[in-house]
Ligand binder design. Sequence first.
Ligand code: MN
Ligand code: MN
Ligand code: MN
Length: 276
Amino acid sequence: MRADLHTHTTASDGELEPAALRALHAEVGFDLLAITDHDTVAGWATLDAAPPLAGGPRLIPGIEFSAADGRHEIHVVGLNIDPRSPAFMAAVDAQQARRRERAERIAARLQSIGVALTLADAQRHAGAAPPGRVHFARALVESGRVPDVESAFRRYLRHGKPGAVPHDWPDIEQVVDWVRAAGGRAVLAHPQAYDLGRKRLRELVGRFTRAGGEAIEVALANLRPDQMAQSAALAREFGLLASAGSDLHAPSQFWRLPSKVPQLPDDLVPVWHDWV
Ligand code: MN
Ligand code: MN
Ligand code: MN
């Protein structure tokens, strides 16, 4: 069973249209695919409304919610949710409103230091999604103010820079509740991405588990063997199901291509064990 349960499309900050993402996974021979765009299921909805792709992967409805753990931002992937349940749709709307409000504040901050960039400029790079920092970065590149996206973050958008606006995300309990109320499983996304160190990461996994989280990402593209072993050990210690994914945002990210998603260790129970 090959599963990629963490991906992004143009519905959030990815570069591939949902159909192109699915075609890529069909080519590599995936059985299961979850589009887990940031705080939206619009990418999933596009494919759900389209004809199925013969021989393509089965689609698992998914989302990647942003949440607050104290002052830190963490990500919770919700899998096998019912995207049409009213409470879930209200939760997605609330997250989208938070993103729009932040985008307005980023635009205002940049304008206040004399950067002639509007919300609409960033919106052109964001498609239907509320613009995030990467979309402002692309607009800054387009305006000729910086040579590349990395420079845009370094000069304007990174923490401590003029365009840095903190998020106001809901806490882990809230986000896990949304996923569970929609009939889904909450998965702690990319545990190594938070730069927490062994002890604090273990504490985070404890809080996540007590909140009702059921799974943790173990088999991710672009992980060192010791990092994957660390996540596997946390799954065993806390009795969590294990998930697998690429977190692909763009086909140019060769280190995150779906073909780079490793197999789960044999002794772990896959998060999809009772879906297939
Ligand atoms: Mn992203
Ligand atoms: Mn993430
Ligand atoms: Mn992601």
